[in-house]
Write a protein that binds this ligand. Structure first.
Ligand code: SF4
Length: 98
């Protein structure tokens, strides 16, 4: 007897075997899912046009002098906003690290 299993069935069964929280964490670590660290529409962030994903490949939060990598859930913190910031984010106050 020959078994025929579709690719879709294999993927669906594989996803059922992985706990959802673990899968989301896996996606975040691999960069396959966007990590939301802060609300871009929140007060000062909005006025400085903060975005969770920088449009400029060379100017992102983790390369900014105001960024501190000590954060939670893959996020860092910003000294200007005094709160969580996406390492891939950007705002108008970006300044290159020394
Ligand atoms: S000041 Fe720097 S670290 Fe803070 S949000 Fe703007 S670009 Fe990111």
């Amino acid at each position: 007897m020959r078994w025929v299993v579709s690719r879709r069935a294999v993927i669906a069964r594989s996803l059922k075997a992985i706990p959802v929280a673990g899968f989301v964490g896996f996606l975040a670590k691999t960069g396959l899912a966007a990590e939301a660290c802060a609300d871009p529409t929140d007060g000062l962030r909005a006025s400085l046009h903060y975005t969770e994903t920088s449009a400029d490949r060379g100017k992102y939060c983790s390369a900014c002098s105001f960024f501190d990598a000590d954060g939670e859930n893959g996020c860092g913190t910003c000294k200007i906003f005094n709160g969580p910031t996406n390492p891939k984010g950007h705002c108008d106050s970006w300044a290159a690290k020394d």
